[in-house]
Design a binder for this molecule. Structure first.
Ligand code: DON
Length: 321
């Protein structure tokens, strides 16, 4: 690290100058009071609108953090990305995509629908994420499955915070009529592998949504995706290169709900948002960014989070194309 610092060979050589821009963008987004905190799960409705956190981790370990970067929040849909990448590593793309499509659905994230092949459209919406959960080591007991995945997430976060919010888990489970409907609809259409235990799979899905991170640990997870699956702080090869490539591709086309096309057009970077107000943004081979602010727009994306991404690419040439 010192050699890199003295020879200015960091991926962002003038990191101090870069941070100055990030401060400005952070402050400009802070004034954005649009959006509403998700209310369909009581525990999420209690999130404070004022929370606003930005954390950055580069692929060579430089860090920037501003705001509520140490306040825990649940991963929600941002877990879809990580679990999908892990399942790709376990089973390979062919087997995973024999059960899940790779097209944007063009529908709401929890809509009761399947694609023309009777599969969930992609792993970034509820139906696809329930299927992804079903594919994680189904032969294990529920407890061993949770241990396995928690350990994988721990490796993604390195030494940073990872928790589990039991109140959110119980609240999710309590308000899950749509997810139950999706799972039964998929079972009716023979989507699941034989022997899938439906209720256990849904519990596992709710548990994944209820994993807790902070903006700082989220930035390290995103940076692991930016770094080809190797955690930049620990050097741990958590995800395979192929899994990362496939995951980033689907984040790019499907990661921001029904705003994914516009986001790809305007920002041009792989990202994933969740109803807790989290946005994970990946600048491949450069850095991972975690943005967190609970008020959501009509598409379900964090208002401040989306504004931050827009302003970032208006100042820096990060758009993929
Ligand atoms: O399934 C649910 O109700 C939520 N926990 C979904 C999480 C989320 O962020 C919305 N996603 N696509």
């Amino acid at each position: 690290v010192l050699v890199k610092a003295f020879s200015s060979s960091f991926i962002i050589p003038d990191f101090r100058g870069f941070c100055h821009h990030l401060d400005q963008i952070y402050n400009s987004c802070k004034n954005n009071t649009n959006g509403k905190v998700a209310s369909y799960i009581p525990q999420l409705a209690r999130l404070k609108s004022e929370h606003w956190a930005v954390s950055v981790c580069t692929v060579d370990g430089q860090r920037y953090s501003n705001g509520d970067v140490n306040v825990p929040f649940t991963l929600q849909s941002c877990s879809y990305v990580m679990t999908y990448a892990m399942v790709l590593g376990l089973l390979g793309a062919e087997e995973v995509h024999s059960r899940i499509g790779m097209e944007p659905s063009g529908r709401q994230f929890n809509e009761l629908c399947l694609d023309y092949n009777n599969k969930p459209h992609n792993p970034m919406i509820n139906a696809g994420a329930i299927m992804t959960a079903a594919l994680v080591k189904p032969h294990l007991s529920a407890a061993d499955r949770f241990d396995f995945i928690f350990n994988m997430y721990r490796r993604l976060a390195g030494d940073e915070f990872l928790g589990f919010n039991n109140a959110v888990f119980l609240s999710e489970k309590e308000c899950a009529d749509r997810n139950f409907a999706l799972a039964y609809f998929m079972r009716e259409n023979k989507c699941f592998p034989e022997g899938t235990r439906l209720h256990e799979t849904l519990d596992f899905y709710f548990q994944l949504c209820s994993l807790e991170i902070t903006a700082e640990s989220g930035a390290v997870m995103a940076a692991t995706l930016a770094n080809g699956g190797i955690n930049p702080l620990t050097g741990d090869p958590v995800l395979t290169v192929d899994a990362v490539r496939n995951t980033l591709t689907l984040m790019h086309s499907c990661g921001m709900y029904n705003y994914s096309g516009q986001f790809a057009f305007k920002v041009g970077l792989p990202s994933k948002s969740g109803v807790s107000g989290c946005v994970l943004l990946v600048i491949p081979n450069t850095m991972g960014i975690c943005l967190w602010s609970p008020p959501l727009d009509n598409n379900g994306n964090s208002c401040r989070g989306v504004q931050f991404c827009m302003e970032l690419v208006s100042r820096f040439n990060f758009h993929n194309f």
